[in-house]
Design a protein around this ligand. Structure first.
Ligand SMILES: N[C@@H](CCC(=O)N[C@@H](CS)C(=O)NCC(=O)O)C(=O)O
Length: 214
């Protein structure tokens, strides 16, 4: 199994956590998203993922992209330890929280999107950072409330165990700090993140611990 990853990619980090959580042996192929005009746009990587994005996972001759699809694939192939609750209602809530981060917050801060703000829309670093903070803040406001409804507000987003939703939270907290979002309005998310980062599957896969980290 081979993961195409970039150290600072939050979507790739989600998959790194899943692989580590389940103890799945794999190799990592770094794809530098900035160097050489972005190696994700190279011909060889385009063959891997026609969307020119990381992560991608190669397994038994097939390639999968989209972090949540990859995580669900791993969950089905390697059910233990689980990343989804046993009950279907719980699974729906976990997916709701994971999708909130992956589909509502994350796409608005993708390199491509920020590049469009900087280039064609001629926005400087200040407004671009404010844009990122705004959309993370809006998503986190809902997630904070959901964390209180569906978890203990201190250890996990949902119930009493690590789930796919937590795999989305930790990398987004990293991005929030990178863009200096004031996190005081999100005490449950801060507490859950600090707990998650005590778990080896989260801490050993963090961006700075990656071999391609700069
Ligand atoms: N929805 C996708 C998002 C993938 C994605 O946007 N990856 C970013 C890095 S976090 C990327 O490869 N960006 C390259 C670019 O924008 O050119 C997923 O969950 O895998």
């Amino acid at each position: 199994m081979k993961l195409f990853s970039y150290w600072r990619s939050s979507a790739a980090w989600r998959v790194r956590i899943a692989l580590s959580w389940k103890g799945i042996p794999h190799g990592t192929v770094p794809v530098h998203l900035v160097r050489d005009g972005g190696q994700q746009h190279s011909e060889s990587y385009h063959e891997v993922n026609p969307q020119d994005r990381v992560p991608a996972l190669e397994d038994e001759g097939r390639v999968y992209a989209q972090s949540l699809a990859i995580i669900e694939y791993l969950e089905e192939k390697f059910p233990e330890p689980p990343l989804l609750p046993v009950d279907f209602a719980g699974r729906a809530i976990v997916r709701q929280m994971a999708l909130l981060v992956a589909c509502e917050i994350h796409p608005l801060q993708n390199l491509d999107v920020l590049g469009y703000l900087r280039g064609p829309l001629a926005q400087g670093d200040g407004p671009v950072a404010e844009w990122v903070r705004h959309w993370i803040g809006q998503g986190f406001t809902a997630l904070e409330e959901l964390a209180r409804r569906h978890g203990d507000g201190t250890h996990y987003l949902h119930g009493g165990a690590v789930s796919m939703a937590d795999l989305c939270l930790a990398p987004m907290m990293y991005n929030a700090r990178r863009y200096h979002l004031d996190l005081r309005s999100f005490p449950a998310l801060v507490a859950i993140d600090s707990h998650l980062m005590t778990l080896p599957a989260f801490s050993t896969t963090r961006p700075e611990a990656q071999p391609d980290a700069e």
